[in-house]
Design a protein around this ligand. Structure first.
Ligand code: ARG
Length: 461
């Protein structure tokens, strides 16, 4: 509103012209912090009253005014005026309009520099728990899908070449592990986020008898920051957050890539629900996995936010610089993209079917049982390196004759190694191998079932 003065207007001969005003403002995107800004202001003014810096009636007027502003914002009737620059000044100006001198006292012992640092920490706390919920939802989707496929065998791949047989459940559960690490990163970060910079002022604190512990406690922070210079400029938590989101996106992108490949005609391993495919405007036969491709593409966007943040932070002089205003664009972007993609991925996973008939029909191609054969020889006393060589020769022989290892006659095996006995066939075929894994964490049925039980209990709580 044109008649609302800016708080710093007295100092400058001219107010920014329209070009500058539109350039400097962050209200267009930091307005989403309004709830946290108001929450911080309420805690701050309650502290000011306790410290004798505001009267009881002033505090009452300020709290009432702030809550009214919050209601107006939520009702959509609050007029956001970019000439107020940012959410802090917009709320303060509206408060002064409502409460006069009481509102003019709110900014006592505080700067926008500690205010924005506080707002972002409050926002991030909530955002971390929203992401944790979404991650748990996706993990649950994987566990539920895995439960359906504890018996069915598929190939594992290294270098995208057939490696060893695994049960489909184990493949699916590999993602549950990845998303658990993502949760761990966010939980670690939540501890560093949860300290209060409020009261650090512009850069050096205040000469007024403010009590930072009171505001920290009111806002649910576990403690206060210990150096005002650091506190107003610390954005490590923003970079860490963007990295945590980037790792989430890396895992989602890997999942997307797998499912895109697996849904191709060449693989035909999975059927992604039609709900999450589109068709072509020209080719009538198409079922395109666009949602997955977008997840893969959106990963790039989040990495962009991480590198933007790193670039912004790297050469600023100490304490607050206006460059920091831009960090919000990137953490909001990273948070929104990650949250969105997690939700989409959970829906896709819940609606995906593995084409076990197709997978089974080709499962004995590609010598998935070769490593198991080498381990069979080891069990018969052959040193592994020698066994590896023998199986290599056997595979080359089979390939030449168009045979599978399980189709090689016993006397042919015996020609290759006299350690081979009749029981060799028990170690062959993908199905037999997948049943024979004994090591903890291996990709077999028993290990997968055990892990499913673990996850079900863990994800319930
Ligand atoms: N809108 C600013 C930001 O987001 C608030 C702090 C501005 N402080 C200042 N002294 N100009 O970083």
């Amino acid at each position: 509103m044109a008649d609302k003065q800016k708080s710093w207007q007295h100092r400058l001969e001219n107010t920014p012209d329209e070009l500058a005003m539109n350039f400097v403002e962050s209200l267009s995107y930091d307005r989403r912090l309004y709830k946290y800004d108001i929450q911080g202001s309420i805690a701050h003014c309650e502290m000011l009253e306790k410290q004798g810096l505001m009267s009881r009636s002033e505090r009452e007027a300020v709290v009432k005014g702030l809550l009214e502003i919050q209601a107006e914002i939520e009702a959509g009737s609050f007029v956001f005026d970019v000439s107020q620059e940012d959410i802090h000044m917009a709320v303060e100006a509206a408060l002064i309009e409502k409460t006069g001198d009481a509102g003019r006292k709110l900014h006592t012992g505080r700067s926008r520099n500690d205010q924005i640092a506080t707002d972002m920490r409050l926002w991030m706390r909530d955002q971390i728990s929203a992401l944790l919920d979404k991650l748990a939802g996706l993990q649950t989707a994987f566990v539920e899908l895995a439960e359906k496929y504890t018996e069915d065998v598929m190939p594992s791949y290294t270098h995208l070449q057939r490696a060893q047989p695994i049960v489909i459940a184990a493949y699916l559960l590999s993602f549950t592990e990845q998303f658990e690490r993502d949760k761990g990163r966010l939980k670690d970060l939540a501890v560093r986020v949860n300290i209060s910079p409020l009261g650090s002022g512009a850069a050096a604190g205040s000469t007024l008898p403010i009590d930072r512990e009171i505001t920290a406690e009111k806002l649910g922070f576990a403690g206060i920051t210990q150096n005002s210079i650091d506190a107003v400029s610390d954005r490590d938590f923003c970079a860490e957050f963007a990295f945590a989101c980037s790792m989430i996106m890396t895992h989602l992108s890997k999942l997307a890539e797998d499912f895109i490949i697996f849904s191709s005609t060449e693989f035909s391993f999975v059927k992604i629900s039609d709900k999450y495919c589109t068709s072509s405007s020209m080719m009538p036969q198409k079922r395109n996995p666009d949602m997955l491709e977008l997840i893969r593409g959106k990963a790039g966007n989040v990495f962009g936010s991480l590198s933007s943040l790193m670039m912004m932070l790297k050469a600023q002089p100490s304490t607050y610089n206006r460059d920091l205003q831009e960090e919000k664009i990137h953490i909001f972007n990273a948070a929104d993209y990650a949250e969105n993609c997690l939700e989409m991925a959970a829906a896709i996973v819940s609606n995906t079917q593995f084409r076990t008939d197709k997978i089974a029909s080709g499962i004995d191609e590609g010598f998935l049982d070769a490593t198991s054969l080498a381990e069979y020889l080891v069990k018969k006393g052959v040193p592994f390196r020698q066994a590896h060589g023998t199986v290599g020769t056997a595979v080359a022989l089979c390939e030449k004759r168009g045979l599978k290892l399980a189709e090689l006659e016993l006397d042919e095996f015996k020609k290759l190694s006299d350690a081979v006995e009749e029981d060799v066939y028990e170690s062959l075929t993908a199905a037999n191998v997948a049943k024979a894994y004994t090591s903890p964490g291996a990709a077999g049925k028993a290990q997968s079932e055990e892990r499913i039980r673990y996850w079900k209990e863990k994800l319930q709580g």
